[in-house]
Write a protein that binds this ligand. Structure first.
Ligand code: MN3
Length: 204
């Protein structure tokens, strides 16, 4: 039972002009595909076949670097595609999510600012996250490479509500080296319907 590359949940050009079609095509069909293939190879080598990706990530400290890098890449990209949506499907933060953001950050704009700063400050490749911790509090974090908040090796563990890929392959064609501009523009394509649902599920 190998892991499979999930299809993009919308057309390759659905996020334009924020994320261009060529970036989405390469990012999904080449990068995400490569993580999926190398994860499957690593899972065989590590004797982890049959385990769920969540189970693998929660015990990643005992896995190989190949499974850590590619298991993270496999899960993170699936999560990332679903964190965004085509125009008309993006919605707004639910009332409970909005209230929690205002409680923990002051306002939605302040949360976005903190997220953008964290993403811009992540040295090299990695991810920025909005997570909910076991205490129910929201927090902005970042991780290097393909690590994520579900891994037992990260210091800020929690349930991710949204995450942005700050590897150059995610933005270079449109934004070149301006990661800050990409981070700012990216909020236009966030799928608040699914982020709100993730928050409801995490705090149920
Ligand atoms: Mn990527």
């Amino acid at each position: 039972m190998a892991f499979e590359l999930p299809p993009l949940p919308y057309a390759y050009d659905a996020l334009e002009p924020t994320i261009d079609k060529e970036t989405m095509t390469f990012h999904h069909d080449k990068h995400h595909k490569a993580y999926t293939d190398k994860l499957n190879e690593g899972v065989e080598k590590d004797g982890l076949a049959g385990k769920s990706i969540e189970d693998i990530l929660a015990n990643i400290s005992s896995a190989s670097a190949q499974v850590r890098n590619n298991g993270g890449g496999y899960w993170n990209h699936d999560f990332f595609w679903n964190t965004m949506a085509a125009q008309g499907d993006r919605g707004e933060p639910s009332a409970v999510l909005k209230a929690a953001i205002e409680r923990d950050f002051g306002s939605i704009d302040k949360m976005k600012d903190e997220f953008n700063t964290k993403g811009a400050g992540q040295f090299g490749s990695g991810w920025a996250w909005l997570i909910v911790g076991e205490d129910g509090k929201l927090k902005i974090t970042s991780t290097p490479n393909q690590d994520n908040p579900l891994m037992d090796v990260v210091s800020d563990k929690g349930t991710p509500l949204l995450g942005n890929d700050v590897w150059e392959h995610a933005y270079y064609l449109t934004y070149r080296n301006d990661r800050g501009a990409y981070l700012k523009a990216w909020w236009d394509v966030v799928n608040w319907n699914i982020v709100s649902k993730r928050f409801a599920d995490a705090t149920a």
